[in-house]
Structure formats: structure tokens, C-alpha cells
Design a protein around this ligand. Sequence first.
Ligand SMILES: [Zn+2]
Length: 215
Amino acid sequence: MTISQHPTEETLTAFASGNLDEGRAVVVAAHVEACSQCRSFVRSLEKAGGVLLGDLAPAEIGSDSLARTLARIERGEGKFVVPPRPAAPPDLPMLPTAARPYPIGRWQWMGPGVRWRAVGVPHKPGARVFLLKAAPGTTMPHHTHTGTELTLVLRGAFTHELGHFGPGDIDEADDTVDHQPVVAKAEECICLVAMEGDLQLLGWMGRLMQPFVRL
Ligand SMILES: [Zn+2]
């Protein structure tokens, strides 16, 4: 997988410090799973955070705390158990690990050649996470948004005014971007999307589809 489009440093920093809402965090985590470059960037931020914590004045602890901790370890208390990694649903083998703990809805029609499927990430009002599937060669409706949109390509590819996006690539857009993605002809394209605010479809096709788009 050759990844060439990454989240902004601002987004990665917010992710590493736990300041990203859960929807966008799932999409960024799914990219970081696949991208060694962003993984080392996030690790270096986490390390820097640890150094800051290390600079804090040490807190007083009781004189018997070491003995108590060792006794707990001997009794097997507080053992860290790695939770099992949930398997991907059989019809979505490409679903990143970060998105697997959430309930996934069924495919629903969104427009010609386009389907979507809800991903049940708890979110603040007006934000949502979903999978988007578009047939090869589909020209997506020209659109803009009232908030931010993070799109991670899971399969296939698309191109728009700002670049080419293949598997593992992230497309980060805000309300200043108005774009019209075109899906590559080779295969269908499946993306994981976290969107804040409303999708505003432009052009005749968009106006036709807008009443049906109930994400
Ligand atoms: Zn990356």
C-alpha cells in the first residue's frame, strides 16, 4: 500500500493528545494503523507528552506502596489483558480494526451508483461516521460541507481538484473546500468517512439527490 495523502499535523496532534472527537479519531486511527509515517509521528508526540509528565514534581507516596504493589502482582491482580481484536464482518474484510467495535448498518441507496452504510460511533449532534461505496467511474455530486470531512480510502481510488486518493490515503476537507470526486474506473471505491455538519450537494444532480440523502 503506497500512502501519499496524510492527515494534517494539526489533526494528528489532536489525535495523539486525545482531543479529537470519537468519529474523526476512528478515521485517523484507521489511517495510522496502515501508515508507518504517521505512526512514528504520533509515537513521537506521545513520547513528548510523556517527557512533559516526567517534568512534573513527584507526588508523595506511602512508604509501604512498593510492598503493596508487589503483593498485588503476586496475587495476579491488575493484570493487563489485551482485549481480543474483533474480526471484520464477512462482507467487509477491508474494515480497519479501529472501526470494528462499532455496529455497522446495512447498505442504503444514496444516488446513482452510490451507497452508504452507517457506522455506529457515538457522536455529537450533527456529526456522523459512515462507509461510502461508489461504482467504478462514478462522478460524485459536486458538493461542499458546513463542517469538516475526513475520508479514508479502504478500497479503490478517487481523484478530485486537490489530488489522487488511493487505499490508505486520507482526504481532509473543511467548509472552504468544494469538490467533485471522480471514482477510478478499475474498481468500486469504498471509503470510511467522518463528517461534521451537513453535506450540501451542488449542481443539477446534487439537487436531484439532496432530498434522498439522509445520512
Ligand atoms: Zn499517514
